[in-house]
Design a protein around this ligand. Structure first.
Ligand code: HSE
Length: 453
């Protein structure tokens, strides 16, 4: 009898046999944890459809149990003991969103030792203890996923680890702290003072528990170490990052930069050079016409220069409850898909398999070569020529020199833009310039990042 071969095949979209849910334990239920609950509930069907199974919250640890009870609803066990979550026999994956580094390290290592996968948005934890945590995860055959740790809503870890795997990455640079970008934008656009802008960022849930991590550039440095590790196949090297925040940035320099056609942004830069890599976080001048100059508020923007893909750019919310939850849940979906597979088949934690990673040297600050901005207070406007001549004599390649717009009660200021020059040359020239009789006060220098090639 004739049998239609197509009819006899299993229908393409038949429902697979039900798989048991991925069971989750969560440590901490603050801004990110609460957002994760909301998004999981709101998008449950789509998330399960993508994961291939339900994602079920089993247990949550919280410091404030009555507040937590209002968020988690019925059927979820509550405890004030994070280790109970980390070692719970019914949990497949532990989500760590409590923050901090000391106790969080112990909880995460305990979870791994008990065979749990881990999802964390804790960049400080991974920047400081990543080597130990990833090694332990390899030993126990579990995954550690951390998309929410870097530029929250932007899937930049996935882009580096998966989308760009064909490429040799030359540099990664961008605005990777939402709080400081929010502060700089508020100060520039609304004339808010620093303290008021920071208070708003805290009220909106953007800032770290200790906001000095944001404003001193430390949070951006934590994230930069993870970006560099994934981009270059190097270990996580937080101690080697040159870090400068925005606390000593002056409003006058923001205005003078604008006069020269630039905006000041707190940038994280990881750049491969012939003799090592640059790892640095600092306020820098970006051309006002560049896309990066238009990343405002709490948004983040990251550019990656890769040899085959060229320059790609990623933009999205850089802080906040649901934008971070989006990344945490994406990691849960990845874990739901990979759970049960052999570790060797999975995407490596830092993009490269460990045997292919190398301890690239990190270049010292003095060796970093970029164009610079200098603001030099002088006694009289006519001394502009003396300043330019002095700098040229000190091997500083002056590209442009002009007077700053006059401001009442302020001495004249000479603004200088240079071509690319190593930091050591700038530092030496500024030290000697400082003693020049024409100079009336402290000379300010900032890097210029053209983000072009
Ligand atoms: N405090 C961080 C920021 C939160 O402002 O970027 C997201 O990592």
């Amino acid at each position: 009898m004739y049998r239609d071969p197509v009819q006899s095949l299993q229908p393409l979209y038949s429902r697979p046999a039900p798989t048991r849910p991925l069971r989750v334990g969560m440590i901490g239920i603050g801004t990110v944890g609460a957002g994760t609950f909301r998004v999981l509930a709101r998008n449950r069907a789509d998330i399960a459809g993508r994961a291939g199974r339900e994602i079920e919250m089993v247990i949550v640890s919280a410091r404030n149990l009555s507040r937590a009870a209002g968020i988690v609803g019925k059927g979820v066990e509550l405890t004030d003991d994070p280790l109970r979550v980390a070692t719970h026999p019914d949990v497949d994956v532990v989500v760590e969103v409590a923050g901090g580094t000391g106790p969080a390290r112990d909880w995460v290592l305990a979870a791994i030792a008990h065979g749990k996968h881990v999802v964390t948005a804790n960049k400080a934890l991974l920047a400081l203890h990543g080597a130990e945590i990833f090694a332990s995860a390899r030993q126990h055959g579990v995954a550690v996923a951390y998309e929410g740790a870097v530029a929250v809503s932007i899937p930049i870890i996935k882009a580096l680890r998966e989308g760009l795997t064909a490429n040799r990455i030359e540099w990664v640079a961008g605005i990777i702290n939402g709080t400081t970008n929010f502060i700089l934008s508020k100060m520039r656009d609304e004339g808010l003072d620093f303290a008021a802008a920071l208070a708003q960022a805290q009220a909106l849930g953007y800032a770290e528990a200790d906001p000095s991590f944001d404003i001193e550039g430390i949070d951006a440095a934590h994230k930069l170490t993870l970006l560099a590790a994934n981009a270059f196949g190097m270990p996580v090297r937080f101690a080697d990052v040159q870090v400068e925040g925005i606390t000593s940035l002056q409003g006058l320099d923001v205005a003078c930069a604008e006069q020269l056609g630039f905006r000041i942004k707190l940038l994280g830069v990881a750049r491969r050079q012939a003799d090592g890599v640059e790892l640095r976080v600092q306020p820098a001048l970006v051309p006002a016409t560049h896309l990066m100059a238009h990343v405002n508020g709490s948004m983040n923007g990251i550019m990656v220069k890769a040899d085959a893909a060229g320059v790609t750019m990623y933009y999205g919310a850089g802080a906040g409850s649901e934008p971070t939850a989006s990344a945490v849940i994406a990691d849960l979906v990845d874990v739901a898909r990979l759970d049960g597979t052999h570790a060797a088949q999975r995407v490596p934690h830092l993009g490269f398999h460990v045997h292919a990673m190398s301890a690239l040297p990190v270049l010292p600050r003095a060796a970093v070569c970029t164009p610079h901005y200098l603001r030099v207070p002088v006694h009289a406007a006519k001394q502009i020529k003396a300043v330019a001549a002095w700098l040229a004599g000190q091997h500083v390649p002056v590209r442009q020199v002009r007077p700053a717009a006059e401001r009442p009660g302020m001495s004249p200021q000479v603004l200088v833009l240079t071509d690319a020059v190593v930091q050591a040359t700038v530092d030496l020239a500024v030290r000697t310039l400082q003693a020049h009789p024409a100079v009336a006060g402290a000379v300010t220098t900032l890097r210029v990042e053209e983000l072009a090639d």
